[in-house]
Design a protein around this ligand. Structure first.
Ligand code: G6P
Length: 368
């Protein structure tokens, strides 16, 4: 029963732990062992996706971060230009719509006022079609879009979004593969990513078993007022989402930066009172990231690194390394989100905040 916390102290913790199951449910019926079943995205999906030359993503909050990750996937795998913007900005500016652009909205509730307003505007603006990634069947967004990919997160009660985000990423990666197939993605590469995606529920389960260690790390944040989250490439939006979670529920000021921008400002803030969290799978940007981490360490910063065992990063003074299972670089954003959710959760519990109902925030912002 989703309205029941069961064995968990908070809905947020329950929802974090539901992720292996709901990610699996979001893949269900949409994948074979090696392919995306395009028909499962709707009978018109094939004809609709075939002529798409550009994707415009619109969302708010956590859903916007999912869109930012999707942009990396769409440009890398489908080779199609993709723009992402928060709905509240997009709807109030002049914009140029390129021919054959797909308008893609992402929303857990399907009722966010700005996202809906942007969709309604888009219908007049000459987009090819409107696709929604949404978690609530029958919501306004679902009813008003041409094509819908439902996430299967089930009701999300905690105001801070967790399972909605990771299922959005799952749905967006499936969508990207379908789009990419129309744009020259070869079947071997598709199979490689489908296999990686199928591994995600198990990998998330492994991350959940690190809960005790993450809880110990969380003590270092309890009495801090500020924190910095770093990531590169598709891990930058994961850092943004990690920072958003921490500020939402623990009220600690948290900022996320692409690690390469460190020296253009935030480095001035780094000292022993500013914990720095980094999400660092062992990908092509690892070496660059290591030198960013050195910059932080040299200034007395306390580093908390989430990295895989192959990264060559070791626990040392002021460097805490949390080992994450080895994951495919494409699916890493999904898996690396989870330890950051747990970190924020434990910091908030230690601080005694109202985890499921943080002050001043609403689950769904249905008025402007
Ligand atoms: C509110 C919620 C967030 C959510 C955002 C967008 O701010 O507190 O968790 O990410 O709205 O909501 P949506 O339902 O459109 O994803």
């Amino acid at each position: 029963d989703s309205a029941d916390k069961g064995e968990y102290r908070h809905f947020m913790l329950k929802e974090i732990h539901e992720q292996p199951r709901v990610i699996q449910a979001t893949m269900e019926g949409r994948l074979t062992d090696s392919r995306v079943l395009e028909q499962s995205l709707g009978t018109e999906a094939g004809s609709l996706l075939a002529g798409i030359r550009h994707v415009q993503i619109i969302a708010c909050g956590t859903s916007y971060h999912a869109g930012m990750v999707a942009r990396y996937w769409i440009e890398e795998l489908a080779g199609i230009p993709c723009s992402v913007e928060v709905a509240s900005e997009y709807r109030y500016r002049h914009h140029v719509v390129q021919p054959d652009t797909l308008f893609l909205t992402i929303s857990q509730s399907g009722e966010t006022a700005d996202t809906l307003a942007a969709l309604r505007q888009a219908k007049e603006a000459g987009f090819r079609a409107a696709l929604a990634v949404c978690n609530v069947p029958g919501s306004s967004l679902v009813r008003e879009s041409d094509l819908v990919i439902m996430t299967q997160a089930g009701p999300e009660i905690g105001v801070a979004s967790t399972k909605a985000f990771t299922t959005q990423l799952t749905a967006l990666l499936i969508f990207t593969l379908a789009l990419a197939r129309h744009n020259g993605l070869d079947s071997e590469k598709e199979a490689d990513i489908v296999r990686a995606l199928r591994e995600v529920p198990r990998q998330v389960d492994q991350v959940l078993s690190l809960d005790g260690r993450i809880e110990s790390l969380s003590r270092a944040f309890m009495d801090k007022s500020h924190s910095l989250f770093l990531g590169r490439g598709a891990m930058f939006p994961v850092a943004l989402e990690g920072a958003l979670k921490l500020k939402e529920i623990s009220y600690i000021h948290a900022e996320a930066y692409p690690a390469g921008e460190l020296k253009h400002g935030p480095l001035a803030l780094v000292d022993s009172e500013m914990p720095v969290v980094t999400v660092a799978p062992n990908n092509a940007l690892m070496e660059k990231l290591k030198s960013n981490l050195e910059e932080v360490r040299a200034r007395g910063g306390e580093l908390f690194v989430f990295a895989d065992g192959q990264s060559g990063l070791h626990e040392e003074d002021h460097v805490h390394v949390m080992s994450i299972p080895e994951v495919h670089p494409i699916t890493a954003p999904i898996v690396y989100t989870v330890p950051l959710q747990l970190l924020s959760y434990h910091v908030a519990v230690l601080k005694g905040t109202d985890v499921d109902q943080p002050r001043n925030l609403a689950k769904s912002v249905t008025v402007e």
